[in-house]
Design a protein around this ligand. Structure first.
Ligand code: HEC
Ligand code: HEC
Length: 502
């Protein structure tokens, strides 16, 4: 895919998802820009807000996409009355601002606070939650797996703003005020951290905790809860990589397959028969995920510089990350799915250490792996080198989301110790001062962030604290992947340019 030069000037972006036919012959008819939402940052980018082509939904959506948008596979999380009252528990000045706003604007502010993306077909809803006829909101896969980049909701781009723990905490407060029963998330979050930094979640440990209560055929077995879990947060990967992978997750231990995607449904309300009943829908969800293509970079681009970067990439990076010449599936594409030993890669090892061989074997020996073509790997050596196509769009980087831009990946010594996105709730003062889009840094290629040596002094609410990524905390280290020793500044500039084109 050749990047196009932007026609909107150096800080304007547009990103449209691309789609190709699904393997196995099912045609996934998904219109390229079907998913473009009006982002919170649209005020900073009038071009995107005024782009009506983006706001149309596909006339024939793929069945997998429809399931993701419309099927509630879990017990519901809250109702519309709770959602509309969330602002009443916010800190000042956010609360007063919400009080003064009209209901539509208040909903927009609410979605912005929790990293929810307004549904382009009905902006009173978000893409992350399925809403049923009774007005109940239920978390879907898109909670973590559908975000925005440069203001656009590209299909499969991870939700790097999702504030699950803050949302759950505040939902619980409102439910108590409204005298409503607490749900599985409200209670679960009392014993289990959900995500200590907005944009990343403890999803891996949710899976381990829930698997504890299942036999290999997924029937429910009463066992005391596990108390030895090494909680840590992980950044959801881009879904357009799925087609290239044989095994999934940061350490590539689990074989891919539609059943493997159903782990997220392991709540006690879903007995083994439910999994079998929903299997067909997950085949379609898997087909949709496998059909996704990375979005093309449309920002400023220096083709001769990138061409130099291509040569450097071939020499220094391709052994691990593969080659990206020509169309997907063509001879210029090779993805080795190389797993790099943990001491050699040197990135934060909490995710690697958090799963024991027995934990991995429990998953790989269960019904979830039963429909996969490959075998799982119960004792992987380290982390997999991920595919890098569309890498410009999936910031922050590394499995724990600890590095905000590709420039910082290439400059390990300059990675910030503490950072916050400019479009984080409460960061408006900084954003207003910056003459750039609030959510994207086109120079350093990744998130537009504020950097610090240490966390700011003074009292913060837990919601505010979670907007800061603190690399000193367990599981959040930003070190490692230091393969750039022989590369000078010119070479790094060329590599950065090349990475935009993938
Ligand atoms: C709470 C957030 C969250 C939800 C909800 C969620 N995921 Fe994920 N997902 C993650 C995280 C985090 C990872 C990375 C885990 C790892 O690498 O160890 C992941 C990994 C994946 C991967 C592997 C990608 C790769 O390249 O390795 C797929 C595919 C996936 N999820 C699909 C789904 C589907 C389908 C659903 C709904 C049934 C779902 N996820 C629900 C957070 C979530
Ligand atoms: C020895 C194998 C190896 C080499 C050589 C290597 N990488 Fe990586 N790379 C990895 C692994 C493994 C990861 C995942 C680390 C993690 O998530 O903790 C990674 C992650 C990355 C990421 C972050 C991807 C994401 O989605 O988070 C980028 C960008 C990247 N590498 C670029 C490069 C570039 C550019 C080069 C060449 C200068 C290079 N790598 C050389 C193994 C390698």
């Amino acid at each position: 895919m050749k990047p196009r030069r932007t026609e909107r000037g150096p800080t304007r972006f547009s990103a449209a998802g691309r789609c190709r036919a699904v393997r196995g012959g099912v045609a996934a008819v998904v219109v390229a820009a079907f998913l473009v939402a009006v982002p919170p940052a649209s005020a900073a980018d009038p071009a995107s807000a005024a782009d009506p082509a983006g706001a149309v939904a596909s006339p024939v959506p793929a069945p997998g996409w429809t399931h993701l948008r419309e099927r509630a596979y879990l017990p519901s999380d809250f109702d519309g009355e709770v959602f509309d009252a969330l602002w009443t528990v916010w800190e000042e000045p956010a609360r007063s601002r919400a009080e003064a706003a009209d209901p539509a604007e208040r909903r927009r502010m609410t979605m912005d606070r929790y990293g929810l993306v307004p549904d382009p077909l009905d902006p009173s809803r978000s893409l992350q939650y399925v809403v049923d006829d009774a007005g109940r909101w239920t978390m879907s896969c898109l909670a973590c797996h559908q975000g925005t980049v440069a203001g656009r909701a590209v299909p499969g781009v991870p939700n790097s703003r999702y504030a699950l723990e803050t949302l759950t905490e505040e939902v619980r407060q409102v439910k108590i005020r409204q005298g409503k029963a607490l749900g599985h998330m409200d209670l679960g979050s009392l014993v289990m951290p959900l995500g200590t930094t907005a944009g990343t979640t403890n999803a891996v440990m949710f899976g381990v905790a829930l698997m504890r209560h299942r036999a290999p055929d997924l029937s429910i077995v009463p066992r005391p809860p596990r108390l030895d879990l090494a909680h840590h947060d992980v950044d959801a990967p881009a879904w357009w990589h799925y087609a290239s992978r044989k095994r999934i997750y940061a350490d590539a231990f689990a074989p891919k397959g539609h059943r493997m995607l159903m782990q997220f449904l392991l709540v006690k309300e879903n007995g083994p028969e439910r999994f079998r009943e929903w299997e067909g829908e997950f085949r379609e969800i898997e087909a949709w995920i496998a059909s996704l293509e990375p979005p093309a970079w449309t920002g400023p681009f220096d083709a001769p510089l990138a061409e130099r970067g291509r040569g450097l990439f071939a020499a220094h990076c391709a052994d691990c990350h593969g080659t990206y010449d020509g169309p997907r599936g063509g001879p210029g594409r090779r993805y080795p799915e190389r797993v790099v030993p943990i001491d050699e890669i040197g990135t934060d090892r909490a995710r690697f250490d958090s799963l024991s061989t027995a934990d991995r074997a429990a998953l790989n020996g269960s019904w979830f792996a039963g429909a996969s073509a490959e075998a799982g790997v119960d004792a992987p050596a380290g982390y997999v080198a991920p595919p890098l196509d569309g890498v410009w769009a999936s910031a922050p980087y590394f499995h724990n989301g600890s590095v905000p831009t590709l420039w910082h990946v290439l400059h390990p010594e300059a990675r910030p110790a503490v950072w916050r996105r400019l479009d984080a709730p409460g960061a408006a003062a900084v954003a207003d001062a910056a003459d750039a889009p609030r959510d994207y840094d086109p120079q350093r290629v990744g998130l537009a962030v504020e950097e610090r040596e240490t966390l700011p002094e003074g009292r913060m609410t837990s919601a505010q604290r979670r907007t800061w990524f603190d690399t000193a905390r367990p599981g959040k280290g930003a070190g490692g992947h230091e393969f750039f020793g022989s590369l000078d500044e010119d070479a790094k500039r060329a590599l950065l340019e090349y990475l935009k084109s993938l």
